[in-house]
Design a protein around this ligand. Structure first.
Ligand SMILES: Cc1cc2nc3c(=O)[nH]c(=O)nc-3n(C[C@H](O)[C@H](O)[C@H](O)COP(=O)(O)O)c2cc1C
Length: 200
């Protein structure tokens, strides 16, 4: 039987060759992100996921910042060139979605329920993963390509200051998105029997 959700999941891939021509209106994309952030589940319905959508010069500022941080750490000219090319690929996209977790709520839950204290940090990461995956899948359904990147530790302070974001928002992931300029190759799958057992 055709399953529309699984079909959408199949469409979601890591797209590194992204361009600036979005196949949908920006407002459609923004509504989709709002919908996902609203309806993605969270531990104890804590609703700690946050998203910031950057376009144009804000998106460019982000990738220039990441590049500056990375090249400052790299000595080897060849590796530097590869990094410049990689980051230029992300900058060539239409925009970037930043994913955060709101830590004041998480800390307050940890205080309220000390028994689960350690788990709240884990569940926060589960929750953001669900939100990220859902945004990525919804974008794919709209024909928008994306990839998932993790440079938060290098840029968090500057991102907070530049976009005037609450310091309680912890930066988890960056998702460059845009037109799909090159389809990804095939990917390998382990046999389902190895990964899913039915015990009846
Ligand atoms: C939790 C998680 C972290 C990931 N981190 C990165 C990353 O930092 N950089 C990157 O290019 N891809 C990242 N990816 C993308 C994976 O490499 C990719 O999803 C995987 O190879 C399968 O390919 P597909 O997305 O085309 O299905 C991440 C994916 C997941 C689920």
């Amino acid at each position: 039987m055709e399953n529309t959700i699984i079909n959408s999941m199949k469409k979601r891939r890591t797209i590194y060759n992204l361009g600036k021509e979005l196949p949908v209106m920006k407002s459609t994309l923004e509504d989709a992100v709002r919908g996902v952030i609203k309806y993605a589940p969270s531990a104890f319905n804590s609703q700690t996921s946050r998203a910031v959508i950057l376009y144009d010069e804000n998106h460019h500022w982000l990738w220039d910042l990441i590049l500056s941080k990375l090249v400052a750490m790299i000595e080897d000219p060849e590796q530097k060139k590869q990094t410049e090319e990689k980051i230029a690929g992300f900058k060539a996209a239409s925009g970037t979605i930043l994913f955060f977790e709101e830590m004041t709520t998480i800390r307050s839950l940890q205080e309220q329920m000390p028994l689960y204290s350690e788990n709240f940090a884990l569940w926060s990461h589960h929750g953001t993963g669900m939100a990220q995956f859902s945004v990525w899948t919804v974008l794919a359904e709209l024909g928008v390509g994306a990839s998932l990147q993790h440079y938060g530790n290098l840029i968090e302070e500057e991102v907070h200051a530049h976009f005037d974001l609450p310091s309680s928002w912890s930066l988890i992931a960056q998702m460059p998105f845009g037109s799909i300029e090159k389809d990804p190759g095939d990917k390998d799958f382990l046999p389902s029997e190895e990964r899913v057992r039915v015990i009846a």
